[in-house]
Design a protein around this ligand. Structure first.
Ligand SMILES: Nc1ncnc2c1ncn2[C@@H]1O[C@H](COP(=O)(O)OP(=O)(O)OP(=O)(O)O)[C@@H](O)[C@H]1O
Ligand SMILES: O=C(O)[C@H](O)[C@@H](O)[C@H](O)[C@H](O)CO
Length: 205
């Protein structure tokens, strides 16, 4: 049995609910949340806004940035939920190279994604990009250690379902992350990095 996950990667094509579900999961776990799309270089955002799909090269720097976030979360021993489309097997392998990472796939059919993206008006990722997202997508293979959830459910049900599957795999998840094995202050390097009041104001403050 592996250790409990410390980093959760919420994956899926555009509109599958990564941001909504990721935020809700982080609230439920009382963990940190990171929107992976914030790590795209501006050139990628420009490309997607002008309805050109990203290629492997475009995604590489972005994946490295996300890997950096994952390394920091694990080094600081802080549970963190991160969103990332991770459409290809090679990207998922890259993201799951570290221990204590659990990938979660939000499975949503194309017709439902089209409905969602048509309703979403204030986003650079337009419904016309869905065809290229599906052209890039390599479906989850049976040998990938990914938790798959039906992303058509109500968002709260998706989080319930995800946590049910995960708790079956990792019973320690019943406890909050800071009470799980490895979550005590003695292993928390964050403590060593912390700026103390005395560093700023002196010992007499
Ligand atoms: N389970 C759900 N049921 C119904 N609507 C949903 C569900 N999950 C997300 N939505 C809606 O679908 C839209 C897309 O959701 P969200 O932005 O979370 O997806 P995303 O995967 O992060 O998209 P992107 O990758 O394009 O940023 C939003 O309007 C959101 O409110
Ligand atoms: O891999 C990709 O093609 C991209 O990551 C997209 O999935 C976007 O980041 C996201 O969907 C923004 O809406």
């Amino acid at each position: 049995m592996h250790d409990c996950p410390l980093v959760w990667i919420i994956m899926g094509v555009a509109g599958s609910g990564k941001t909504l579900v990721g935020r809700m999961l982080a609230e439920r776990l009382e963990s940190d949340f990171l929107e992976g799309d914030r790590r795209h270089p501006l050139s990628n955002i420009h490309k997607m806004s002008s309805q050109q799909p990203l290629d492997d090269g475009d995604r590489q720097q972005w994946l490295l940035e996300i890997q950096g976030d994952m390394h920091r979360a694990i080094a600081k021993n802080r549970e963190t939920v991160i969103t990332c489309s991770a459409l290809k097997v090679a990207y998922r392998e890259q993201l799951s190279a570290l221990d204590r990472v659990q990938l979660v796939w939000l499975d949503v059919p194309k017709a439902e994604l089209e409905r969602r993206l048509l309703r979403r008006s204030n986003h650079y990722m337009k419904p016309e990009m869905l065809a290229s997202q599906f052209a890039t997508l390599e479906p989850i293979a049976p040998d990938e250690t990914v938790i798959t959830v039906d992303g058509r459910l109500l968002p709260t049900r998706i989080v319930d379902e995800l946590l049910n599957q995960a708790t079956w795999l990792f019973p320690d998840l019943e406890k909050p992350w800071w009470k799980r094995a490895g979550g005590d202050d003695s292993t928390n390097s964050d403590v060593g990095d912390a700026v103390m009041y005395s560093d700023i104001y002196g010992d007499d403050f």
